[in-house]
Design a protein around this ligand. Structure first.
Ligand code: GDP
Ligand code: ADP
Ligand code: 5GP
Length: 221
């Protein structure tokens, strides 16, 4: 294997490309968290944005891994200090994206994965229209969504019903997303998500060293 192709070109200091923000949104239970976790396992050069939330921790979750669990007071203090890139009230809890880790990751040339709701997606698109790629995840049917949310059983029956009742409204956002994945077969959905990531990385404007490379190529021809 030639590590750097036939020329064995030397690694340069500036990142090869500009990182972008990959946003996954869906009604609760459609599978975005499962897809996000798996994507992070199988792909490199992409890091999760770890949100702050006032929601209480589920037994399956780890502070600092799934979320930073904070009090409402801590949340408002961060927000008022301008430390959040976006924030929203989702089903009665506050969720927000800490700005600094995202900016640092993007500057280093890695992508950042977001598992955020449609309100957050809209705020990020508005803030950085060219650097945000939005993927909406749909369940294959109403029955599947009900079944997944209930069988996950991480919330109380009341919270589950509240989330199901909110699903039609959340789904309304689908037309604002560039990509849509109907999450029927999990592996197929993961493959589709990976295809989106790969294609977006190949966009001309994200390959920062191309102008230099092409100019040299032309000169040498
Ligand atoms: P989930 O539906 O199982 O992912 O339940 P969660 O309680 O983890 O998330 C509830 C909703 O809040 C989901 O729609 C998430 O996408 C959304 N969410 C999580 N983090 C953020 C965030 O930082 N900002 C915004 N705007 N929404 C978030
Ligand atoms: P979200 O983050 O969108 O609320 P989760 O990723 O927590 O959704 O998924 C909800 C439940 O559905 C979980 O129990 C998960 O294991 C299951 N699930 C996710 N994707 C699929 C799929 N393609 N087929 C069957 N079950 C799935
Ligand atoms: P504190 O005032 O308690 O130090 O911080 C407020 C909250 O922000 C805490 O819950 C803490 O975990 C979280 N926090 C601190 N540093 C970071 C960081 O680098 N990234 C994220 N996502 N959260 C952080």
């Amino acid at each position: 294997m030639h590590e750097h192709g036939e020329t064995g070109s030397t690694p340069q200091e500036a990142p090869q490309r500009k990182g972008f923000m990959l946003v996954l949104s869906s009604p609760s239970g459609a599978g975005k968290t499962s897809l996000a976790r798996k994507l992070l396992e199988v792909e490199s050069d992409i890091a999760p944005s770890i949100s702050v939330t006032t929601r209480s921790r589920r037994p399956t979750e780890t502070d600092g891994v799934d979320y930073w669990f904070v009090t409402p007071e801590q949340f408002t203090a961060m927000r008022d200090r301008g430390e959040l890139l976006e924030w929203a009230n989702v089903f009665g809890n506050l969720y927000g994206t800490p700005k600094m880790p995202v900016e640092q990751t993007l500057e280093a040339g890695s992508d950042v994965l977001f598992d955020i709701d449609w309100q957050g997606g809209a705020q990020l698109r508005k803030a950085a229209p060219h650097d945000v790629v939005c993927v909406f995840i749909l369940p294959p049917s109403a029955e599947a969504l009900r079944h997944r949310l209930r069988s996950r059983a991480t919330e109380s029956p009341e919270v589950i019903e509240k989330r199901l009742a909110g699903a039609p409204h959340e789904i309304d956002a689908w037309q604002d997303y560039q990509y849509v994945i109907v999450n029927d077969d999990f592996d197929q959905s993961l493959a589709n998500l990976r295809a989106i990531l790969r294609a977006e990385r190949l966009r001309r404007e994200r390959q920062t060293r191309l102008p230099e490379f092409v100019a040299q190529l032309q000169q040498e021809l």
